[in-house]
Design a protein around this ligand. Structure first.
Ligand code: PMP
Length: 390
């Protein structure tokens, strides 16, 4: 059976060009970047080249402004916990993030609360946009760090980051942005957006897993969350994963080159998917109708469960997700869908389709027809639906 993979928010296949570029660092060019001999220097050169390519993707200025980590979760922890613990004395003991952040921001913020910080969540509207008026009331002077994601991976909504940055910086707070879902999909400019700390993930760019990056604006001080041998300016110790880092750099370079063309190609497929899916009875878009990631379509169907949708779609060869892969292990109702104002009984029938290089417009009719059949089948078994219709 042909596979139609539409779950790029959970995993992006490694770009073949990236693999070819990075593979030598797994075997022949195996040196430790901290070693002074030739293999070590070769590895160091690869790491520094990657740092430069990642910096260029987000207009981060000097490559040294990029701290390499083991992934986005680690970068988010370094940003939120690192900024809060290091600067609380100087700025204050309040931390703020939006209500729809990924768990790798929300849980560090919860940890801060346990450790004596005042914390507050900035609410979002029905489309997932941060309420700027409320944010200005919440991110007040004394807020050490404010974290708002560039775009949400579950509902695709892109935040007005520049306006948020103005509010946050006017309060004297350090501004962290998790760009895991957005980097390489839409242009990001940390200078123009007034961002102090920016998280990027390798795997979401089509690079290998096991690498991520945090942009750190010059002058912003962080406390390490990974003490050890002192790599990465002492902020993230541990021998560098040169293969993943080199691959991430190459993926960033390719994204910078190809993003515009690829994103407009995917946006066309996204729009066709959304309009087809919304033709199914009692189906609603989740997230913003226009301010959304170009590769991202998300809807919810009333009276059915996401797990059933996922399994039946998979049986027909189509891979989708229902909310966030990361929190599916906890089986909790999506905090993102609750935050946009949906009721508990409305958050379960959600379907997220995220596109990538393998996605083609020709697949749209089959995907939409399969979704329609799936929904009909599940509703036929749904007591909620049957009660509604009787
Ligand atoms: N932030 C966002 C917005 C995400 O979607 C994810 C999951 N892909 C992460 C952070 C964490 O990424 P990882 O699990 O690769 O560390």
């Amino acid at each position: 059976m042909k596979r139609i993979y539409m779950d790029h928010q959970s995993a992006v296949p490694l770009d073949g060009r990236v693999l070819e570029y990075a593979l030598p660092f797994l075997k022949d060019r195996f040196g430790n970047p901290s070693s002074q001999h030739t293999p070590g220097l070769e590895a160091r050169e690869a790491v520094e080249e990657a740092r430069g390519k990642i910096a260029a993707l987000v207009n981060a200025g000097a490559p040294k402004n990029i701290i390499l980590t083991g992934g986005a979760t680690e970068a988010n922890n370094l940003a939120v916990r690192g900024a809060a613990y290091r600067n609380a004395d100087k700025i204050g003991k309040k931390a703020v993030c939006s209500a729809i952040e990924h768990m790798s921001v929300l849980n560090p913020v919860r940890e801060l609360k346990k450790n004596g910080f005042e914390t507050e969540l900035a609410p979002v509207d029905g489309h997932g946009l941060v309420d700027l008026g409320r944010l200005a009331e919440i991110a007040v002077p004394g807020t050490v760090v404010t974290s708002v994601m560039y775009a949400n991976s579950e509902i695709g909504t892109i935040q007005p980051v520049r306006e948020i940055g103005k509010i946050v910086r006017a309060a004297g707070s350090i501004f962290h942005v998790d760009a895991t879902a957005a980097a390489g999909r839409i242009p990001i400019d940390v200078e123009a957006d007034g961002i102090d700390l920016l998280t990027i993930s390798s795997s979401d760019l089509g690079g290998p897993r096991g690498a991520g990056a945090l942009y750190v604006r010059p002058g912003v001080k962080l406390q390490t969350v990974m003490p050890g041998g002192g790599q990465e300016r002492g902020l993230r110790s541990g021998t560098e994963n040169v293969f993943a880092i080199a691959g991430m750099g190459e993926a960033a370079r390719l994204a910078a080159l190809e993003m515009n063309e690829e994103s407009s190609r995917l946006a066309e497929i996204r729009d066709a998917l959304i309009s087809g899916l919304l033709g199914i009875e009692e189906t609603y878009l989740t997230g913003h109708p226009e301010k959304r990631l170009p590769h991202h379509a998300s809807v919810r169907f009333t009276a059915i469960e996401g797990e059933g949708i996922l399994l039946l779609m998979d049986r027909a060869g189509i891979q989708v997700s229902t909310g966030s892969a990361c929190s599916s292990q906890t089986l909790q109702a999506s905090h993102v869908l609750l935050a946009i104002g949906l009721k508990h009984e409305e958050v379960h029938g959600s379907m997220v389709l995220t596109l990538g290089r393998s996605s083609v417009i020709e697949d749209v009719p089959y995907v939409v027809a399969t979704a329609a059949e799936t929904v009909t089948r599940l509703r036929a078994m749904s007591p909620v639906w049957n009660r509604k219709k009787s």
